[in-house]
Design a protein around this ligand. Sequence first.
Ligand SMILES: Cc1cc2nc3c(=O)[nH]c(=O)nc-3n(C[C@H](O)[C@H](O)[C@H](O)COP(=O)(O)O)c2cc1C
Length: 166
Amino acid sequence: MKIAIIYDSNTGNTKELALAIKDALKGYEVVYCDKPGDVIPKADIYFIGSWTDKGDTSNKIKAVLKDLHDQKIAYFATAGFNGDGYYKRLFLRAKINIPDDNEILGHFYCQGKMPMAVRERYEALIKANPDDQKLMVSISNFDEALSHPNHDDIDNVKKWALEMVE
Ligand SMILES: Cc1cc2nc3c(=O)[nH]c(=O)nc-3n(C[C@H](O)[C@H](O)[C@H](O)COP(=O)(O)O)c2cc1C
């Protein structure tokens, strides 16, 4: 069985998941594991990974998804925020880009650390609005994200990848 893993990753979190998937699937023929290229190789299953950009799939991955037809797709992503409900909403948005003639095998999400500049922005806003509870939640979420993807995330994405091909 041929596997292609195509991912977009600015700061490395989604790439970490992609490499973990490649490692989990070393018993299979992984024909591609890289960012989107000009030619997407033929594969039996396409693992497509994105970081979350303003509540949505990255533009590069949207373009990849829109071009896939009659394929089996397993979608994975990292996001700064967490929560099952949040991930469900994100995946509904991601799905809009997948043409109906494909088969979606499943999806996987976990948190991914964000650049320190994001925390600095929250801190500046809190100085101006010290009672803003939403900002406090954002800061604690930022701190929670710092350790992700962690060992559990990597184990979980490996298990998920194997489920997708079995
Ligand atoms: C410009 C920008 C916008 C982002 N927007 C969101 C967002 O709307 N929701 C979210 O959960 N995370 C958001 N994030 C966080 C990233 O999706 C998260 O840190 C992800 O793990 C980055 O993956 P990467 O390391 O593969 O690039 C944003 C990050 C950046 C830099």
